[in-house]
Write a protein that binds this ligand. Structure first.
Ligand SMILES: Cc1cc2nc3c(=O)[nH]c(=O)nc-3n(C[C@H](O)[C@H](O)[C@H](O)COP(=O)(O)OP(=O)(O)OC[C@H]3O[C@@H](n4cnc5c(N)ncnc54)[C@H](O)[C@@H]3O)c2cc1C
Length: 261
């Protein structure tokens, strides 16, 4: 369990950010599910629930989701899940249980860029921007490649482009971390393939996506796509699965996902 030396609940975003930057060990608190598993000694814990960052808004072009919105808020939001074949909600359903998803937040999850994240894998297949206090608005895929810099994630934006999306994962047992997850989207005849929980960060498989966008979907081309995946996506071993197992599972799930899309 972490130790807090001091605890504040700022009422403005500017105040929260300035306290965050005062000392290295000052730390933002989202749902605190992940933080409490560690042993961090936190100077000032900055709890964000008084900043009105728990919301899902929409206009005709996009959804905006505030950083303190919980997984459960997202999972049960009808309008959001009427888009993209409900993929966002579907990618959250395997994570522990409803009580847990009532607590964990989207801001902490995206900012932390966990390699095992189910949500990041599904969002990377969509057109998503993140909005950071200091870093401003940028594409999620750009943010994923940036080196770590202390900042506060305020919200994310999801473009309503009505693409087709499939999400798949595999776990040793329900509620465990995923051994592998992937998502495939198709928009204007362009496929986007995202592979996550490798076990490191999710990435967009650009060569494989381009190949399958430009060729008919048949057994031969699905096999060629899988060869490209081997070239451009690295897989690692950990206590849950070997790199070889992950790679083989990836090929099977990917062929299914592309065919379904
Ligand atoms: C036991 C366990 C099992 C899990 N299993 C899965 C799983 O199978 N699949 C999956 O996808 N995820 C899983 N997760 C991760 C979970 O879904 C959340 O992503 C994670 O708990 C972070 O959310 P939180 O609100 O708890 O963050 P916190 O614990 O509050 O914070 C985590 C980090 O984010 C920082 N932070 C908080 N808010 C912000 C913000 N607005 N801007 C910038 N930084 C911020 C904090 O300072 C901290 O460093 C699991 C987590 C736990 C604890």
């Amino acid at each position: 369990m972490f130790k807090l030396m001091n605890f504040v609940q700022p009422t403005s975003i500017d105040e929260a950010y300035s306290i965050l930057m005062e000392k290295n060990n000052n730390t933002l608190i989202g749902g605190s599910a992940f933080l409490r598993m560690g042993k961090k000694r936190i100077g000032t814990a900055i709890e964000l629930s008084k900043l009105n960052l728990r919301y899902i808004r929409e206009d005709k072009d996009e959804f905006e989701i505030g950083a303190m919105t919980t997984f459960r808020d997202i999972e049960i939001h009808k309008e959001l899940n009427s888009y993209f074949d409900g993929v966002i909600g579907k990618s959250l359903k395997g994570i522990i249980g409803i009580q847990f998803r009532n607590v964990v937040t989207i801001g902490a999850t995206l900012f932390s860029r966990y390699g095992f994240s189910d949500l990041i894998t599904s969002l990377l297949a969509l057109n998503v921007d993140v909005n950071l206090y200091k870093g401003g608005r940028m594409k999620l895929c750009e943010f994923m490649e940036k080196p770590y810099e202390k900042d506060m994630l305020l919200s994310i934006y999801i473009k309503k482009d009505n693409r087709k999306v499939i999400y798949k994962d595999i776990r040793r047992s329900s509620s465990d971390y995923p051994i592998l997850n992937l998502s495939v989207s198709k928009f204007n005849n362009e496929f986007k393939i995202v592979i996550g929980a490798r076990p490191v960060n999710a990435i967009i498989a650009k060569k494989s996506s381009k190949f399958i966008s430009e060729n008919p979907i048949n057994e031969e081309n699905l096999n060629k796509m899988c060869q490209l995946i081997e070239d451009e996506v690295s897989f690692g071993s950990d206590m849950r699965a070997s790199a070889l197992y992950r790679r083989e599972v990836c090929k099977t799930l990917l062929k299914r996902a592309v065919s379904e899309v």
